[in-house]
Design a protein around this ligand. Structure first.
Ligand code: ADP
Ligand code: MG
Length: 685
C-alpha cells in the first residue's frame, strides 16, 4: 500500500477508529503528524547487561530466563510475580494488573527485559519494565521513546512509525534548495526524519537532528527575509509625527516616564516617521509600564487622523484596558469604544457605524475585533497585548483591516533573545528594562502544605491592615483528575471556615463576562478582601492594594505562569508576599524547580530556565513557526544553526548564493507552500 502524508491515521494498517481517536489526543491525525511525532528520548538497548553490573535504579536491558510463576497480594487482589535469573543472580517481576503476562512469559523462556530494578533487603525487583521475546541481535538497538497517552503503548507507536516509513520513504518532498542541502551534506529529508526516529548510533542521531533543525530554520528565515524585502517596498507617505496630544497627555500624567519608557517611546516615534510600516514588539516585565507607552504611541496615530485598535487575549484584560485607556484619555478629544462577542444588536450597529464614520478613534476588544462586520475607515495602529496568546493568522487578520497599519505588540512574557529572533523574525524589539520607582519588592516563599496555617495568618494580618490577597488554584471545579485542588471548593472552605469574618470573592473563566467584570470591580473597590481565582487573573490585572498571593499546587503551573501571576502583587508601594504551596505529593525535582522563583525576579532568567526545561512548544504554544521541539535540547548548537540559516536565507533572497536558475525555481515553488502563505500573512508583506 502506498501512503500519502495527508492520509488519515486510521487508514494506516493496524489503526482502528478507537486507536485513531487516542492518537488524535496526542496530535496525530494523519500520517504526516505521525512521521513528525518525534521521540521524547531514546532507549539504548544495544548492550545486554547483567544484574551484577547494573546499579539499582538504572535503566538497562537484561537477558533473563524465567524460573517460576507465583502471585502476590496487593490491595485485596492477586497479581503475577515472576522469578527471573541471569548468570549473575535472580530478580522478581511484580506485575501489577498484568494477569495475562504469564501467557507470554512462560517458565523456561529466555527474553529481553528493559527496566530499572530496586533493591530491598538484598532482593532485586522490577515493577515497571518492557520486554521483548525476540532475543535475536537486531532487537538490540536504539529505540525511540515517545510521549504517550492512555491506551497507546511505546511498542504500538514504534511499530506504526516503522511501518509508515517503510511504505513511503521515497515520497518526501525536499523543501530546501538542493545546492544548500548538498553544500552542507544534509542528506535526504526522508532519511533524516527516519534517522531521528530510529537512529543507528548517537552520532548519526545528532547529525540528523542538526540537519533537520537547520532545514526548518532555513525555511522560516526565508519567509522572514522575503517579508523584510517586500515590506521595505511599502511606502507610506507621512509627515513628521505631530506632538500636541502627546504633550497634553504627558502634562496631565501624575508620574513621569522612566528612562526606559522614554527610550522606547523615542524608538517608536522614529519608526513612525519612516515611510515603511512599523513592526515593533515592546517587551517588559509585568508592571514595567508598557501600556502607557503603547497608548502614547497611539496618540501620534490619532493626531494624524487615524484610528487605533487595541486587542487583548481575554475579556478581563480587554475591559481593564478599556478602563485604563478611558482614564488616561479622560478630557481629551478622543472617542473610545469597546467590542466583544456579547455586544450585539443595536449597540453593535452603533459601533460598526462609528468605526466606519471614524467617530470612534480607539476601539478595544478581544478576538471580536476580527469579526467581519468590524471595518475601519482608517486603521493606522494596531496594539496587541500578550501577543503570544494569539495565533499567527489571527494577528494577520487584524492587520489586514487597514492599509499596512503600524503594529505594536506588547509582551510581558520575556522571551530569550535568540528565540524571539526566530519567532518574531523581523519584528524590531524594544525592551523596558526598568521598573517605575517606588515599587516595593515581592518576597517569594515556598511553603509546605503542612505549614499552610502560617500563610493563612499572614493573609489575615495583611487584610486587617487594609490590604488584599489572592488565592490561586489550578482548576475551576472538581474533576475526574481528583488530585487537583479546585477554586470553587477552596472558595467555599476559605469563605465559610478559614476567613469567616472576611469578604471572599471567586473569579474563574467560566463566569460570564459581565460577572467577571463585576467581581474585578468589587475587588478593586475593596468590597472583597480575598479573591479566589484560577489563572484568569494571570495577565494584566492591576489592583495595587493587593499584597499577598497564595498559589496552591504551585508545582502544576509553569514557572513563567507563576511569574506572571506574582506580577499581580507588588504593584503599589507596600511590600508584597507570594507563597508557593506545592502539593504534599510533589517530587523533589518539581519542588526544587520552584526555587528559581524564590531566587530571582528577572522574568527573562525564569523564561529561559522554563524554556530549557519544558521545550519551546510548551512555553510558546504548540507548533509555533517551525521550531522543532528538540530545539531547546541543545540551545547553543541550535542558536548557531539559526544564525547560519538566517544569513543563508538573506543571501539567498539577495541572489548572492546558488545558481540563479535553481534559485528561481525553488522560490516559485516555495511561495506556493503553506508555510510561506501563513507566515507572510502575519508579517504583512
Ligand atoms: P505593564 O503593561 O507593563 O504590565 P502597566 O502599563 O499596566 O504595566 O503599568 C503598571 C502600573 O504602573 C499602572 O498602574 C501604571 O499607571 C503605572 N505606571 C506606568 N508607568 C509608570 C511610571 N513611569 N511611574 C509610575 N507609575 C507608572
Ligand atoms: Mg499590562
Amino acid at each position: 500500500m502506498a501512503l500519502n502524508l495527508e492520509d488519515e491515521i486510521q487508514y494506516l494498517k493496524g489503526v482502528g477508529p478507537a486507536a485513531a481517536k487516542k492518537l488524535n489526543r496526542i496530535g496525530i491525525s494523519n500520517i504526516r503528524d505521525l512521521i513528525y511525532y518525534f521521540p521524547r528520548t531514546y532507549e539504548d538497548r544495544r548492550e545486554v547487561n547483567t544484574l551484577r553490573d547494573v546499579k539499582e535504579g538504572e535503566k538497562a536491558t537484561f537477558r533473563f530466563k524465567i524460573v517460576q510463576h507465583t502471585r502476590f497480594l496487593y490491595k485485596g487482589k492477586l497479581h503475577p510475580k515472576i522469578t527471573v535469573a541471569d548468570e549473575s543472580g535472580k530478580a522478581y517481576l511484580y506485575c501489577f494488573n498484568r494477569d495475562f503476562i504469564t501467557n507470554a512469559l512462560k517458565v523456561g523462556v529466555v527474553f529481553h527485559l528493559t527496566g530499572a530494578y530496586s533493591n530491598k533487603r538484598g532482593s532485586k525487583s522490577f515493577s515497571q519494565f518492557e520486554y521483548d521475546l525476540d532475543t535475536s541481535a537486531p532487537e538490540l538497538k536504539i529505540l525511540p521513546v515517545y510521549r504517550l497517552t492512555a491506551g497507546i503503548s511505546q511498542k504500538f507507536l514504534r511499530k506504526l512509525t516503522d511501518y509508515a516509513f517503510s511504505h513511503f520513504r521515497e515520497n518526501f518532498k525536499e523543501d530546501i534548495p538542493g545546492f544548500i542541502r548538498d553544500g552542507y551534506k544534509l542528506g535526504k529529508k526522508g532519511a533524516l526524519v527516519r534517522e531521528i526516529h530510529f537512529p543507528g548510533d548517537m552520532d548519526a542521531l545528532r547529525r540528523a537532528k542538526e540537519a533537520f533543525s537547520y532545514s526548518e530554520f532555513f525555511k522560516y528565515q526565508l519567509v522572514v527575509a522575503l517579508a523584510r524585502n517586500s515590506s521595505k517596498k511599502i511606502k507610506k507617505n507621512r509627515s513628521a509625527c505631530p506632538r500636541q496630544l502627546k504633550e497634553d497627555f504627558l502634562n496631565r500624567l501624575n508620574f513621569s516616564l522612566t528612562k526606559a519608557q522614554q527610550r522606547v517611546l523615542e524608538e517608536i516615534e522614529s519608526d513612525l516617521n519612516e515611510s515603511r510600516p512599523m513592526n515593533r514588539m515592546i517587551q517588559g516585565d509585568v508592571g514595567s509600564g508598557k501600556t502607557v507607552v503603547a497608548l502614547l504611541s497611539g496618540l501620534f496615530a490619532i493626531e494624524r487622523g487615524g484610528q487605533i485598535a487595541i486587542m487583548a487575549p481575554t475579556e478581563i484584560l480587554a475591559r481593564q484596558h478599556l478602563k485604563t485607556t478611558s482614564r488616561y484619555f479622560q478630557g481629551m478629544p478622543i472617542n473610545i469604544s469597546y467590542i466583544s462577542g456579547s455586544i450585539k444588536g443595536v449597540r453593535r450597529k452603533e459601533i460598526v457605524l462609528g468605526l466606519l464614520k471614524k467617530e470612534i478613534d480607539v476601539v478595544i476588544g478581544t478576538h471580536a475585533l476580527f469579526s467581519e462586520d468590524i471595518v475601519f475607515r482608517d486603521l493606522s495602529l494596531v496594539i496587541i497585548d500578550e501577543q503570544h496568546k494569539f495565533g499567527v493568522l489571527q494577528r494577520g487578520k487584524l492587520r489586514a483591516k487597514g492599509e499596512h497599519p503600524d503594529c505594536i505588540v506588547m509582551s510581558a512574557t520575556p522571551i530569550p533573545r535568540t528565540l524571539s529572533m526566530i519567532i518574531y523574525g523581523d519584528l524590531d524589539v524594544s525592551v523596558i528594562d526598568e521598573m517605575p520607582a517606588g515599587r516595593a519588592a515581592v518576597e517569594t516563599y515556598i511553603t509546605k502544605q503542612a505549614e499552610i496555617e502560617k500563610v493563612y495568618d499572614k493573609v489575615a494580618e495583611e487584610v486587617r491592615e487594609g490590604r488584599q490577597a489572592y488565592f490561586i488554584y489550578p482548576i475551576i471545579e472538581e474533576s475526574k483528575n481528583a488530585d487537583l485542588k479546585n477554586a470553587i471548593d477552596s472558595y467555599n472552605r476559605l469563605k465559610d471556615d478559614i476567613f469567616k469574618d472576611m469578604n471572599v470573592g471567586l473569579l474563574h473563566g467560566r463566569l460570564s463576562d459581565d460577572k467577571k467584570d463585576q467581581i474585578m470591580d468589587m475587588f478593586r473597590e475593596r468590597k472583597y478582601d480575598i479573591l479566589v481565582a484560577t489563572t484568569v487573573v494571570e495577565v494584566g490585572v492591576d489592583v495595587p492594594n493587593a499584597t499577598v498571593m497564595v498559589i496552591e499546587q504551585a508545582e502544576r503551573f509553569g514557572l513563567s505562569n507563576i511569574h506572571q501571576l506574582r506580577g499581580r502583587i507588588g504593584r503599589g508601594s507596600d511590600k508584597s508576599y507570594c507563597y508557593l504551596v506545592p502539593d504534599r505529593s510533589t517530587s523533589r525535582d518539581a519542588f526544587n524547580r520552584l526555587r528559581i522563583l524564590q531566587d530571582t525576579s528577572d522574568g527573562f532568567k525564569i523564561a529561559e530556565y522554563d524554556l530549557r526545561r519544558r521545550g519551546a512548544g510548551d512555553v510558546l504554544g504548540k507548533r509555533q513557526s517551525g521550531i522543532p521541539y528538540f530545539f531547546i535540547e541543545d540551545f547553543e548548537v541550535n542558536t548557531k544553526l539559526i544564525y547560519r540559516a538566517q544569513k543563508d536565507a538573506r543571501r539567498f533572497v539577495k541572489g548572492e548564493i546558488g545558481p540563479e536558475e535553481e534559485r528561481g525555481r525553488f522560490l516559485k515553488a516555495f511561495i506556493k507552500s503553506d508555510s510561506y502563505k501563513s507566515a507572510m500573512y502575519y508579517f504583512g508583506g
